[in-house]
Design a protein around this ligand. Structure first.
Ligand code: KG4
Ligand code: ZN
Length: 342
């Protein structure tokens, strides 16, 4: 069974063909990072306009790289939320039109469930077993779920303000580093001390599994104001490393607490920030110590991509969820499921 996935929720235009929900035949990602870099963040209007320009060539190359033509597809899946509405609409309308034209079933899927489902698409490792605790951590979201099964996720905790990726990007902008800041902070923090600057860990002692990152960002701004000058290169790296450590401390402590409270054996980390090398190393140590198996989604499937959407779409179209109702938290769902019967 081959499913074409389409993802356009933020600033990546992506299309992928996935076989049997696991085997990635192609995964084309056209990133708009260079376009948004001068603004230090994603500009929604520019994002949708560029999705519009690139969606057709991206889908064409995903089909070509997989060596298939539309008639070979068994179905299609598209991200329908959460995300930027103008950006989502480009992928959704393209997918609807294509599904109607080629007479294949189309399903709309949730972006965050997509991120977590990438854990089932890793070559050479046993996929997670339900139930597990999943951290979806990206530029727009930081949420911890108890994943009971496909389409069955309980929200255990989430950020009450900024997402961790957003905090990384804003901290990087304050430090004069380029966008996306998480990647740069990760790179320059390697080998640097983690405690050069004392920064708070907001809500880390709070008994809930919720998180907060905006106070940390403010503390960084205050530190830079008190410094009263532009830090040099090494000093910037030390500050970045201290900031990264604070974010990682919060994420590791809440995820381990969630896994303990839910009596699961496995932990999945997914989403753009899950590409962070310090988070992966620290989460690995913490899971090992606490007796959990950690499945960290590989870097190529961490940041936004359509392979995760196609893989999850397979479950809704042909897998255990084929008769289940579409997930409810989607703004456009009445129009999405099985646009055409094929
Ligand atoms: O999942 P994603 O591609 O898009 C959203 O759904 O938001 O995540 C993008 C976010 C950005 O904030 C970026 O700075 C962050 O992921 N990110 C990282 C790293 N790579 C990407 N943050 C920390 N360390 C990284 N290595
Ligand atoms: Zn994402």
């Amino acid at each position: 069974m081959k499913v074409l996935g389409i993802e356009s929720s933020c600033d990546e235009t992506s299309a992928a063909v996935v076989e049997d929900g696991r085997r990635v035949l192609s995964n084309v990602v056209w990133s708009q990072i260079k376009i948004h870099e001068p603004y230090g963040g994603v500009v929604p209007e520019l994002a949708s306009r560029n999705h519009l320009r690139y969606i057709t060539p991206v889908v064409d190359s995903a089909l070509a790289q997989a060596g298939v033509v539309p008639a070979d597809l068994d179905g299609m899946a598209v991200t329908i939320g959460p995300g930027l509405m103008g950006s989502l609409l480009v992928g959704v309308q393209f997918a609807k039109a294509m599904a109607l034209a080629i007479r294949k079933p189309l399903v709309g899927v949730n972006h965050l469930e997509g991120h977590l489902s990438a854990a089932f698409m890793i070559d050479g490792i046993e996929p997670p077993r339900f139930p597990f605790v999943g951290l979806a951590v990206s530029g727009g979201h930081t949420s911890i779920y108890l994943v009971r099964g496909w389409g069955s996720l309980d929200l255990l905790g989430r950020t009450l303000d900024d997402a961790a990726g957003e905090a990384f990007d804003k901290a990087a902008a304050m430090l004069g580093l380029s966008y996306p800041g998480g990647v740069v902070i990760d790179r320059i923090s390697k080998g640097r001390p983690v405690d050069a600057v004392r920064l708070p860990r907001p809500m880390i002692k709070d008994p809930s599994l919720n998180m907060s990152f905006s106070g940390l960002k403010t503390a960084l701004r205050r530190h830079l104001e008190t410094l009263g000058r532009t830090p040099g290169e090494d000093e910037t790296a030390d500050i970045a490393s201290s900031f990264q450590e604070a974010v990682v401390d919060i994420l590791v402590s809440k995820v381990i607490a969630a896994a303990r409270a839910s009596s699961v054996n496995e932990v999945v980390i997914a989403g753009g920030v899950a590409a962070n090398s310090r988070l992966r190393a620290r989460m690995n140590d913490a899971c090992e110590k606490a007796g959990f198996r950690l499945i960290a989604v590989p870097l190529s499937l961490c940041t936004d991509n359509a392979a995760m959407i196609a893989g999850l779409g397979h479950q809704y179209l042909f897998g255990v969820l084929k008769d289940a109702p579409c997930p409810r938290d989607m703004e456009m769902d009445p129009f999405m499921r099985h646009v055409s019967a094929g």
